[in-house]
Design a protein around this ligand. Structure first.
Ligand code: HEC
Length: 206
């Protein structure tokens, strides 16, 4: 009798093994399936949205946390307004200008030249006419010379670029843009340290 029971148990266990292996795709019996299959929506899978992107775009008009809008449009009017209204919010020191020079060397010198005289190392023909910041003749926009550009014009040029020069707003943070502006002013023959600022930019502290 004991033997028969043993044989039956062996047969039952054997069948379970065989049945378990029947479908290689089947996970078999799952203990707490939620732990295997997360109920959360996966990022880029087809779900219930018509365009099947589960990573949704932010609603129109949303702005990222900490984002500071730049109120001047990429037009001649915006450029003129920036030139009239913007002024460097940093408290400038010799150190700021040195930092500006370093940033300038990384971001601008390959086109504008180490000394800002328009003789960068890039040889492509479209960068053949990079102007010198020290030019006293009217610039491409025609209304003033490069050496007469105000700090707001310089800042605006960094934000949007101009023709062959691309925008640099996403590459250089605000305080660094102003450091570059101050350095470029020294090439223009100005002394940015002569100007005092009352309301320093918070980032100046770094
Ligand atoms: C890829 C090459 C390139 C880089 C990089 C570049 N520039 Fe320029 N930049 C130009 C060219 C070309 C012009 C002339 C555009 C024109 O007049 O059509 C120009 C023009 C300018 C002007 C004159 C704008 C005006 O109002 O007339 C300023 C100011 C300027 N750049 C500043 C900078 C600064 C500061 C940087 C670094 C943050 C920089 N550029 C990086 C190519 C470059």
């Amino acid at each position: 009798m004991k033997r028969i029971i043993n044989t039956l148990i062996m047969a039952a266990v054997g069948t379970m093994f065989l049945v378990a292996c029947d479908d290689p795709q089947s996970p078999g019996l799952e203990y707490m399936p939620d732990m295997y299959r997360s109920p959360a929506i996966e990022t880029y899978v087809d779900y219930e949205f018509p365009d099947s992107a589960t990573a949704r775009l932010a609603p129109v008009g949303s702005i990222p946390r900490g984002y500071k809008p730049y109120p001047y449009a990429n037009t001649n009017e915006g450029y003129e307004m920036a030139g009239q209204q913007l002024s460097n919010p940093l408290v400038l020191t010799e150190k700021t200008i040195k930092e500006g020079q370093k940033l300038y060397t990384s971001f601008c010198a390959h086109c504008h030249g180490k000394k800002g005289l328009g003789k960068g190392s890039i040889k492509n023909a479209i960068y053949g006419a990079v102007p010198s910041y020290a030019d006293k003749t009217p610039n491409r926009r025609g209304d003033r010379s490069m050496s007469e550009l105000e700090e707001g014009h310089l800042y605006h040029a960094i934000m949007y670029g101009l023709n062959a020069m691309g925008p640099h707003s996403s590459l250089i943070r605000e305080s660094d843009r102003w450091k570059i502006v101050a350095y470029v002013q020294t090439i223009q023959g100005k002394d940015p340290l002569a100007k005092k600022t009352e309301e320093p930019l918070a980032e100046n502290a770094e």
